[in-house]
Design a protein around this ligand. Structure first.
Ligand code: GLU
Length: 293
């Protein structure tokens, strides 16, 4: 068994809030309990929403919480050519296809059907479309989508490959697993119009390249894991064990989210709240003496 390696992988598209603090502290406490390593990965592939100042802010917030990470800290923006190569390999195998649809067109075509994350489910409008291929050849901007039926067939036909499973672990509990059902997603975007990758593609490539053995993240990403194990099978990548933790809620019962304006850690700090108080509020022991608060 390789030594456990975990990662905390925030996106610098807003300030960290208590939900991030919980996830980071849980990763750190599990890594310590397993005598493993916790890595930090900055998921900054979105050139519009991710800003360097926000990456600096998240580093400052994590240091304030008393968390330290081995250098170098990975930044996805430095790994775009790796993602591009993987996308090209999937293209060569006919497992992705170009898609010209706008968000509005997808919402209309979905006719109310939803992916597990609540987004309109793509019904495959451009899959196998000669018109789309011609427009792409003429230089039209396009995304790349996973051809889900072709991808599932490719995995089924791989010799020695059993059914797709998500290995699951619970802190202190027995190892377990569940069947993966990636087809509950429509054809997911693997290469966006504005950047030659997507969250789903970048995350599986990086978890593999960083040797991550245990992924600890919020339940909001639980369904995405089904897609991730499919991509790992297609690309010959390692599948870590997964633990999806409960989401932290605010006083009104709403889950914490940047988009909902949850109070940033930096504001709590400015109001005089200490890192120790944050740790205790979230159910963690105080930091080692001399660090953090
Ligand atoms: N970057 C993602 C986020 O900030 C987390 C990705 C992951 O843990 O797999 O929500």
């Amino acid at each position: 068994m390789p030594p456990p390696r975990l990662r905390f992988a925030p996106s610098p598209n807003g300030l960290l809030h208590l939900g991030h603090a919980y996830s980071a502290l849980l990763n750190a406490s599990l890594a310590a309990a397993m005598r493993g390593t916790l890595l930090l990965r900055i998921e900054d592939i979105d050139p519009v929403r991710c800003r360097p100042a926000l990456a600096d802010a998240l580093l400052a917030d994590l240091a304030w919480l008393g968390l330290t990470f081995p250098a170098p800290v990975w930044r996805q923006s430095a790994r775009v050519s790796t993602y591009q190569d993987a996308l090209a390999a999937l293209r060569a195998r006919g497992l992705v296809y170009p898609c010209l649809c706008t968000r509005r067109a997808v919402a209309q075509a979905a006719a109310g059907a939803r992916d597990p994350d609540g987004a309109p489910r793509y019904p495959g409008t451009c899959r196998g479309s000669a018109a789309a291929a011609a427009a792409v050849a003429a230089g039209a901007p396009h995304a790349w989508r996973l051809d889900m039926p072709a991808a599932l067939a490719a995995v089924r036909e791989t010799p020695g490959r059993g059914a797709l499973r998500v290995p699951v672990f619970a802190p202190g509990g027995p190892e377990a697993g569940r069947a993966a059902d990636p087809a509950r997603w429509g054809d997911a975007v693997l290469g966006r119009k504005d950047v030659p990758t997507s969250y789903h593609l970048a995350v599986v490539l990086d978890d593999d390249a960083q040797g991550i053995t245990h992924v600890v993240r919020g339940r909001d990403l639980e369904a995405a894991t089904d897609l991730h194990v499919l991509l790992q099978a297609l690309l010959g990548l390692a599948t870590p064990r997964y633990h999806h933790h409960a989401l932290i809620r605010d006083d009104t019962g709403r889950k914490m989210a940047k988009s909902l304006g949850s109070e940033p850690l930096a504001d709590l700090r400015a109001r005089g709240v200490t890192a120790e108080e944050i740790r205790l509020r979230l159910g963690f022991a105080p930091p080692p003496a001399g660090r953090g608060a």
